[in-house]
Write a protein that binds this ligand. Structure first.
Ligand SMILES: *[C@@H]1O[C@H](CO)[C@@H](O)[C@H](O)[C@H]1NC(C)=O
Ligand SMILES: *[C@@H]1O[C@H](CO)[C@@H](O)[C@H](O)[C@H]1NC(C)=O
Ligand SMILES: *[C@@H]1O[C@H](CO)[C@@H](O)[C@H](O)[C@H]1NC(C)=O
Ligand SMILES: *[C@@H]1O[C@H](CO)[C@@H](O)[C@H](O)[C@H]1NC(C)=O
Ligand SMILES: *[C@@H]1O[C@H](CO)[C@@H](O)[C@H](O)[C@H]1NC(C)=O
Length: 564
C-alpha cells in the first residue's frame, strides 16, 4: 500500500519491553518464541486474519498436552502470517515443537532471536514504509551483552547524562561535604543536623528492604541505604514508614559514579559508591554520627558531561555481533517527562533517550525530506561527538573512557546531523542478504514480509552490510585479512573531495582503497574497501575509527574489533 508522503515522516520510539525470560521456566520446558512454518492446504481460502489465526490455533492445539487445548493455543500464538509464509509465531517449549513436528501439517520451526520482543519485525515493516524507528538499548547495564533491540534497521539508543544536574549535598557531623543527586525537598524542609544510621552487616536492613527496619530505631533520623535488590522508590518508602526523616542512597560498586535524581517520598541524596565508603567510614569513626541534607537545586555546567549512565545496556550484541550496538547515546538521566498520574515526573532510562533521538530524527527529516531511515541514522551516527565538556573522552560510570559498547558512535549532535556530508544508505531490500547470512529463507520471509529465496540474493556476512559503523572479529592463528566494502552517498556540497583518515590500534593493520573520494554532483555514490589484518597476538576488544574528511565535513565511523 502506498502511503501519502506526509505519513512517511512518522517517527517511532520503542521502549525496552519486558524480556521474555520473565515467562521462562527451565530446561526443555522453557518458553521461547518460535516461528512455525506449515503446509498451506489447497482448499483453504480464509479472507480475514481472524480465520487464519483460528486455524493456526486449532493446529497448535493438536500438539498441546494440556487439558484445554483451544485455550492453550490462544494464549501462546504471538502472530499469524498469511501473505507470504504460511505459519505463525508462538511461545513454545522444545518438547511442544518436537510433538508438533510429527504432525502432517508441519514443515519447519525455528527461533529467530530478532523476533524475541515483536519490535524488530514491526520495525522492519516501519522502515519499509519510510518510517524511522528509534529504540531503547535497555536498562540492564553495565554488564556486557545486555543491549536489546539490535536489529540493524533500528537505531539503538543508550542513555547518558546532561550538563544539568540536580544537586543534593550531604554534610557530615565532622564537616565533610559530599555531592549527590537529588530533587528539591518538600517545602519548608529544615536542613539541620540529624542522627545518621546505617545497619551495617544486616543485608536486608542495609538495603532498606521491606519490613527490614523493624528492629532498627530510625525515627527522626537520616538512614543510609545501599542500592540494589529493591527500587530506589521503595527504599525511601520503607524508611518513611519506619519513621525516618531522610535517606542517603549509596551506589553499588557497579553503579560507581552514576547517580540519578528521583522524586522520592523523603528528602534524599544519591551518592557515588566511593562517597558511600567515606560516609560509612565516618559512621564507624564516631559513636553519634550525624548528617544533614542540603539542596542546591539545579546546577549547570556539571563537569564530565555527558557521561554514560550505569544502567545503559551494553554491547556487543549477542544476536548480531557483526553490527556494533548500541548505535548512539542521548540524554536519558533525570529527564523531566510528561506522566500519567501527576502531570510531570523526573525519569531516568533509555526510554527517555530514545524519544530524544526520535525528535532529532524528525528535525533531520524536515530538513532533508527525501532521506531514507538508513540515511537519517547514518547522519546521526557519523556526526556524533565523543568528547565531554571537559574536553576529555566521554566517561562511563567508573569515570573511565566509555568504550564503543557503551556509547556506540558517540553522543548525538543535532546541528551536525542535519548536514553530514556523506551518508551510508541502505534500502529495505539491502537487509535481505544480511538476514540470509543469519537465517533460513522461510524465517527471512517472516521478517521481511515477502517471499525470499536466499540462494539468489546471495547472503553476506553481517559486517558487509553498508552500515555507518564497523564491527569485526579477527581470529587467532589467522593472518588473512578481512575486507569489507562500503558505499557513501554525497548529500553535502555537489563538488567535494574527501580524504581518508584511519586510526586503528597497534594490534591491527588496516588499509582503505581508494584513499580519496571525489564527487561532482549531489546523491552521487562512491565505494571504497577497507581491510583489516592482525599484527600477531593479543586478545579482547580493541577499537579505532575511520574518518572521511573534506573542508566542511568529518564523516566518522567507529570500528570495533574483537581479537580472538
Ligand atoms: C480441506 O480438505 C481437508 C482434506 O481433504 C478436509 O479435511 C478439510 O475439512 C477441508 N477444509 C475445508 C475448510 O474445506
Ligand atoms: C476452554 O477454553 C475456551 C476459551 O477460553 C473456553 O471458552 C472453554 O469454555 C474452555 N473449555 C473448558 C472445558 O474449560
Ligand atoms: C514492599 O511493600 C510495598 C508496599 O507494601 C509493596 O508494594 C511491594 O510489592 C513490596 N515489595 C516486595 C519486594 O515485597
Ligand atoms: C566499618 O566497620 C565495620 C565493622 O567494624 C567494617 O566491617 C567496615 O568495613 C567498616 N567500614 C568502613 C567503610 O570503614
Ligand atoms: C551546595 O550547597 C552546599 C551547602 O550550602 C555548599 O557548600 C556547596 O558549595 C553547594 N554546591 C554547589 C555546587 O553550589
Amino acid at each position: 500500500m502506498a502511503l501519502p508522503k506526509r505519513f512517511l515522516s512518522l517517527l517511532v520510539c520503542l521502549f525496552a519491553s519486558l524480556p521474555l525470560s520473565c515467562l521462562h521456566v527451565h530446561g526443555s520446558d522453557e518458553l521461547k518464541a518460535f516461528i512455525v512454518h506449515v503446509k498451506r492446504p489447497e482448499n483453504l481460502s480464509f479472507s480475514v486474519a481472524e480465520q487464519w489465526a483460528g486455524w493456526y490455533s486449532s493446529l497448535l492445539s493438536l500438539a498441546s498436552l494440556e487439558a484445554n487445548a483451544t485455550d492453550f493455543a490462544r494464549s501462546r500464538v504471538i502472530h499469524s502470517y498469511r501473505h507470504v509464509a504460511t505459519g505463525f509465531s508462538a511461545l513454545l517449549t522444545e518438547r511442544e515443537v518436537e510433538a508438533m513436528s510429527k504432525l502432517g501439517w508441519f514443515l519447519h520451526a525455528g527461533s529467530v532471536p530478532f523476533h524475541s520482543d515483536p519490535v524488530a519485525l514491526a520495525g522492519f515493516e516501519a522502515i519499509n514504509r519510510g518510517v524511522f524507528v528509534s529504540c531503547s538499548a535497555g536498562n540492564s547495564g553495565p554488564d556486557p551483552y545486555t543491549v536489546t533491540n539490535t536489529a540493524p534497521w533500528l537505531l539503538t539508543v543508550g542513555a547518558s547524562t546532561m550538563d544539568r544536574s540536580f544537586l543534593g549535598t550531604v554534610k557530615l557531623g565532622d564537616g565533610q561535604e559530599w555531592e549527590g543527586a537529588s530533587l528539591y525537598p518538600p517545602r519548608n524542609f529544615d536542613a539541620k543536623m540529624l542522627p545518621l544510621v546505617y545497619a551495617a552487616g544486616d543485608v536486608a536492613a542495609s538495603h532498606c528492604l521491606n519490613d527490614s527496619l523493624n528492629g532498627v530505631d530510625v525515627r527522626g533520623k537520616i538512614v543510609l541505604c545501599d542500592r540494589g535488590d529493591n527500587s530506589r522508590l521503595e527504599k525511601a518508602e520503607v524508611v518513611k514508614s519506619a519513621g525516618g526523616a531522610g535517606v542517603i542512597l549509596v551506589n553499588t560498586p557497579e553503579d560507581a559514579y552514576s547517580t540519578v535524581a528521583d522524586p522520592l517520598v523523603l528528602p534524599a541524596s544519591n551518592v557515588p559508591y566511593v562517597v558511600g565508603l567515606k560516609i560509612k567510614a565516618y559512621i564507624n569513626s564516631t559513636s553519634a554520627p550525624e548528617a544533614s541534607l542540603v539542596f542546591n537545586g539545579t546546577v549547570m555546567h556539571t563537569p564530565h558531561s555527558p557521561s554514560m549512565a550505569s544502567f545503559s545496556s551494553r554491547g556487543p550484541s549477542q544476536i548480531t555481533p557483526g553490527i556494533l550496538k548500541p548505535d548512539i547515546t542521548g540524554p536519558g538521566v533525570s529527564i523531566l517527562a510528561a506522566w500519567t498520574m501527576q502531570k510531570f515526573n523526573m525519569i531516568s532510562g533509555t526510554s527517555m533517550s530514545c524519544p530524544h533521538l526520535s525528535g532529532i530524527a524528525a528535525l533531520i527529516r524536515k530538513a532533508n525530506p527525501d532521506w531514507s531511515p538508513a540515511a537519517i541514522k547514518s547522519a546521526i551516527m557519523t556526526t556524533a561527538y565523543v568528547t565531554d565538556n571537559s574536553r576529555g573522552p566521554i566517561l562511563d560510570e567508573r569515570h573511565l573512557p566509555a568504550d564503543f559498547f557503551a556509547i556506540g558512535a558517540g553522543h548525538v549532535n543535532p546541528p551536525k546531523a542535519i548536514d553530514p556530508g556523506l551518508v551510508y544508505d541502505l534500502t529495505p531490500q539491502d537487509y535481505i542478504p544480511y538476514l540470509c547470512g543469519l537465517y533460513e529463507s522461510y524465517l527471512v520471509e517472516v521478517i521481511v514480509g515477502r517471499p525470499v529465496d536466499c540462494s539468489s540474493p546471495k547472503s553476506i556476512r553481517e559486517g558487509e552490510l553498508n552500515y555507518p559503523s564497523i564491527s569485526l572479529t579477527l581470529p587467532a592463528n589467522n593472518l588473512k585479512s578481512v575486507r569489507y566494502r562500503r558505499t557513501v552517498t554525497n548529500v553535502g556540497e555537489p563538488t567535494s573531495t574527501y580524504r581518508v583518515k584511519l586510526d586503528v590500534p597497534q594490534e591491527v593493520s588496516a588499509t582503505v582503497t581508494p584513499t580519496r573520494l571525489s564527487f561532482d554532483e549531489l546523491n552521487q555514490k562512491q565505494s571504497f574497501s577497507i581491510s583489516f589484518r592482525r599484527n600477531g597476538g593479543g586478545s579482547g576488544a580493541v577499537q579505532g575509527q575511520l574518518l572521511w574528511v573534506s573542508t566542511k565535513h568529518v564523516v566518522r565511523s567507529p570500528i570495533s574489533i574483537r581479537l580472538e
